[in-house]
Design a protein around this ligand. Structure first.
Ligand code: DAH
Length: 340
């Protein structure tokens, strides 16, 4: 075998290595020359056919060609690896001297926003703000509000009973009882808070929602006082004058009891989808405090009278901000909450 074959192999392979533009091309050139079935392996196979003198000189050349090719291959491979690393580092580069984006400020929950407004408004009208417990006694939640056991009105509120006979309050009305008993008349109070009912959850029902209870007990309190405070409240919440009307409504703790409607703020009474084309939107139940309720909390109904109302805070927040699914309010989704 002439030395020139080896020398030509070296020349051609080094050229192939040098012109390889990718790792794959380099690898292909290596396999052709140095692979198990490559040219050099073929030449080695014929090595046995040579005479001892030829073997010595060809063997030497063969080893040196092999070494030259291996080191050229390693060098080019290293070059590719370094280029790849440099490319990655350039892509992942960050400027650690840039100012940080900062903490994202939180915001108040829409229900908290409305609650704060209502608290401010009633504070300015001389009302105390009371927070009753969420776990209530049956007596505060029902009996003292003129809803004795077996009264059908208990069925209107699907109650979570606890094994000790207490319950999760179904409304904020039991705070009326606490206000009357602890502060006595004359009394002006509101009680915002969380209430619980065993409701099937959907877009407009939640097992946990918010109300604001209101109560005023004084001498000579009439429906006129009730209407005045309700108009003041609602004008404050909606930031404009509202027109209200009362329809009869039944609640065991008030007599007479009313459903208060407001003239639709969307269509101004001419009829639209929001008011179901009636021009009016049902907003809150209210009434004059039933004499039994006063009596059950130690207040003489001959001397004192009062009004009470129960505002659905959750519903009000949904109307005010145009939220169409109640589940958003407690879903904890920051994309929703950060809009407020
Ligand atoms: N507590 C009642 C409920 O959740 C709402 C209510 C009605 C409250 C009339 C009142 C009232 O204070 O006078 O269904």
């Amino acid at each position: 075998m002439p030395d020139s074959t080896l020398i030509e192999l070296r020349r051609a392979t080094l050229a192939a290595f040098a012109s390889a533009d990718t790792m794959q091309q380099l690898e292909d050139a290596r396999v052709t020359a140095l692979g198990r079935k490559g040219t050099l392996a073929q030449i080695s196979k014929d090595f046995g056919k040579l005479s001892p003198e030829q073997r010595a000189s060809v063997g030497k050349l063969l080893n040196s060609v092999k070494q030259d090719l291996e080191s050229a291959y390693e060098e080019k491979k290293k070059h590719f690896e370094e280029a790849e690393l440099a490319r990655r580092l350039a892509g992942e580069w960050i400027d650690v001297t840039l100012p940080s984006p900062g903490l994202r400020p939180g915001s108040l929950h829409p229900i908290t926003l409305i609650q704060n407004e209502i608290e401010d408004l009633f504070t300015s009208l001389g009302f105390a703000i009371l927070y009753g417990p969420e776990v209530e006694t049956e007596e505060h939640n029902f009996d003292a509000l003129n809803i004795p056991a077996m009264h059908p009105a208990r069925d209107m509120q699907d109650t979570f009973w606890l094994s000790n006979g207490h319950l999760l309050r179904t409304h904020t009305s039991p705070v009326q009882v606490r206000g009357m008993r602890e502060l006595g008349p004359p009394l002006r109070m509101i009680a915002p808070g969380r209430v619980f009912r065993n409701e099937e959850v959907d877009a407009s029902h939640e097992h946990t929602f918010y109300q604001v209870e209101g109560m005023m007990v004084d001498r000579d309190v009439s429906v006129a006082n009730l209407i005045y405070f309700m108009k003041t409240l609602l004008s404050g919440v909606f930031h404009r004058e509202v027109t209200v009307r009362l329809r009869p409504g039944y609640f065991p703790f008030v007599e007479p009891g009313f459903e208060l409607d407001i003239r639709c703020l969307i269509c101004d009474g001419s009829g639209c989808a929001v008011c179901k084309h009636s021009g009016w939107v049902e907003l809150l139940p209210c009434g004059l405090v039933h004499p039994n309720v006063l009596r059950l909390s130690g207040i003489d109904p001959e001397e004192w009278g009062g009004f009470a109302f129960g505002l659905g805070l959750t519903r009000l927040a949904m109307m005010r901000y145009g939220i169409d699914d109640i589940r958003q309010l407690q879903g904890g989704d920051l994309r929703f909450l950060s809009q407020f």
